[in-house]
Each structure stands twice: as structure tokens, then as C-alpha cells.
Design a protein. Structure first.
Length: 159
């Protein structure tokens, strides 16, 4: 169902065949990293939040965590994640397959700078056992991202 939406999204872009489907779950960062065969940080997790009664998606590196102070400074509200029911309602994707592709109008997508340290990343592709490898430039283009933002912590390398 949801993966079909993503397939349909990528078909006119000539990227439908690049969607990876796994015989195992990729619903968490750790499971996705195992399925793809990369470090967890290269999994581009899509986090969903309620902002002004609407859905905001933030795509971040697998090892990044939302920094509440940075989030509040950016969105002028406390970080409130969507319930599983709200995620499905707003995005059409179920938890574990939420991705920044093929979402309904009104869903606002942002990319966190934690992703920029990688040449390619692996966001989900609409199901709990799928992903697609994209460069950060491709992710920005295909996700219709509004901007690169800095709302995460715990990913920066120690200096």
C-alpha cells in the first residue's frame, strides 16, 4: 500500500527500480542498518511532529536525536511527536515506513544537517522493509524539503 505510493512517486523519475526491499524488517534504525549493510548513522530516519495542527517531517541521521531547545527555537513550540494514528492519517505511511516521499500536500519536510556528512543515505521507502539509497542532493530534491535545518544533537564528532 504505502510502498506503492512511493513506487508511483519514483516511477516518473526513473528511480522506481532503485527501491530496495528486504526479507527482514527495516522498521528501526538498527534493523535498517543491518538490512542495508551500513552503519546506523547512514539511515535517514523520518521523524514526524505536530506543529500548528499540521504535520512536520524531519529527516535526520540515524545517530541524531532531537535537541529540544533547537527544535523550539526553530518551530516556536515544544517537540510533540505524532501518535501512530496521526502518522498514518497525515502521511499515509505507517510507523517504520514513514518517509519524505509521496506525502499529501500540507506535510512540511525539513532535512537536518546531521545527514550532510555522508555521500549517500538510506531513507525508508514507504514500508517497514524498504529503503532507497540517495545522495543528500537527491534527498533534498525528491523530498521537496523546505530547508536544511539544525535541530539535532548527539551526532557531532568529538573535537
Amino acid at each position: 500500500m504505502s510502498i506503492e505510493l512511493v513506487r508511483n512517486f519514483f516511477r516518473p523519475l526513473g528511480r522506481e527500480q532503485d527501491i530496495l526491499e528486504f526479507p527482514v524488517s527495516s522498521a528501526t534504525v538498527e534493523l535498517a542498518a543491518q538490512a542495508v549493510g551500513v552503519i546506523p548513522a547512514r539511515i535517514a530516519k523520518t521523524l514526524s511532529f505536530l506543529v500548528d495542527d499540521g504535520c512536520v517531517l524531519i529527516v535526520a541521521a540515524g545517530d541524531a536525536k532531537i535537541d529540544n531547545a533547537k527544535y523550539k527555537a526553530m518551530f516556536h513550540t515544544k517537540a510533540k511527536m505524532l501518535t501512530p494514528e496521526q502518522v498514518s492519517q497525515f502521511t499515509g505511511h505507517a510507523i517504520g515506513g514513514v518517509c519524505p516521499f509521496g506525502n499529501p500536500e500540507g506535510v512540511k519536510t525539513y532535512l537536518d544537517v546531521s545527514l550532510k556528512r555522508f555521500e549517500t543515505v538510506f531513507p525508508a521507502a514507504g514500508s517497514s522493509n524498504s529503503a532507497i539509497e540517495l545522495t543528500c542532493e537527491e534527498l533534498e530534491k525528491y523530498s521537496n524539503s523546505l530547508d536544511w535545518i539544525d535541530v539535532c544533537k548527539a551526532w557531532q564528532e568529538e573535537e
